[in-house]
Design a protein around this ligand. Structure first.
Ligand code: FMN
Length: 186
C-alpha cells in the first residue's frame, strides 16, 4: 500500500474482533512509530503495550469517573457526559491491545514528537490490515497519580497517545473532511 492510500484510507475503528495480534506485528508498528521525526532528534517516546483486558477495563471505568468529575462545560459536554455515564460504554471499545505512547524526556516539543509517532503507528497498522483509534478519553486520567499507578508509569512520564489496535469487525464509515482553508502568501 502506498503512503497516499494509507493516509486517505485510515479511519478510527471502534469495533474489533477478539483476534489476538501477533507480537511481531506489534513490534513492527512500534518500529514504524520510531521512524517519525522528532525535535533535535530527541526521540522522547516510550511505548507500553497493554493486552490485559482486566487492566483496560479498570482504566476505562476509572477514566470515565475522572472525566465526569473534571469535565468543563462546553460544546460536546452533553454528548460526552451521557456517553461517559453509560456503564456499558468501554472507552477502549474492548480492543485487544492498547499501545500507550508517553514522553519520557522533557522539552518544548515532546508532545508533538509523540503525536507524530502515533500517526506513523496508525498508518502502519492500517497498511497491515489493522484498525486503530486514539483514545483521548484515557489521556487525562493516565496523567494523574492514580492513573499512573494502574500501569506503573513513572511520575515524570507524560502520557500522550493512547492508541487502541485490533482487527476491525467491519470497515469503519467514511468521515468526510471540511474543505481546507488555505491562505497563500506570495
Ligand atoms: C487527540 C485525539 C483524541 C481522540 N479521542 C477519541 C476518543 O476518546 N474516543 C474515540 O472514539 N475517538 C477518539 N478520537 C478519534 C476521532 O474521533 C477521529 O479521529 C475523528 O472523528 C476523525 O475520524 P477518522 O479518524 O475516522 O478520520 C480521537 C482522535 C484524536 C486525534
Amino acid at each position: 500500500m502506498d503512503a497516499n492510500e494509507a493516509i486517505a484510507g485510515r479511519r478510527a475503528v471502534r469495533e474489533y474482533t477478539e483476534e489476538v495480534i501477533d507480537e511481531g506485528l506489534i513490534r513492527r508498528l512500534i518500529d514504524a512509530a520510531v521512524h517519525a521525526p522528532s525535535a533535535v532528534n530527541q526521540q522522547p517516546w516510550t511505548f507500553m503495550v497493554v493486552r490485559d483486558q482486566s487492566v483496560l477495563e479498570r482504566i476505562s471505568h476509572d477514566a470515565k469517573s475522572y472525566m465526569l468529575a473534571s469535565m468543563p462545560g462546553g460544546q460536546h459536554s452533553g454528548h460526552f457526559r451521557s456517553l461517559l455515564s453509560d456503564p456499558k460504554f468501554h472507552i477502549f471499545y474492548r480492543a485487544p491491545v492498547l499501545i500507550l505512547i508517553s514522553a519520557v524526556a522533557q522539552g518544548p516539543w515532546v508532545v508533538e514528537d509523540c503525536a507524530l509517532a502515533a500517526e506513523n503507528l496508525m498508518l502502519a497498522a492500517y497498511a497491515a490490515g489493522l484498525g486503530t483509534c486514539w483514545i483521548g478519553f484515557a489521556q487525562s486520567f493516565l496523567n494523574t497519580p492514580d492513573g499512573k499507578e494502574v500501569l506503573g508509569l513513572p511520575a515524570a512520564w507524560v502520557s500522550v497517545a493512547p492508541i487502541i489496535v485490533g482487527h476491525p469487525k467491519a470497515p469503519p464509515p467514511d468521515v468526510p473532511r471540511k474543505e481546507p482553508e488555505v491562505h497563500w502568501v506570495g
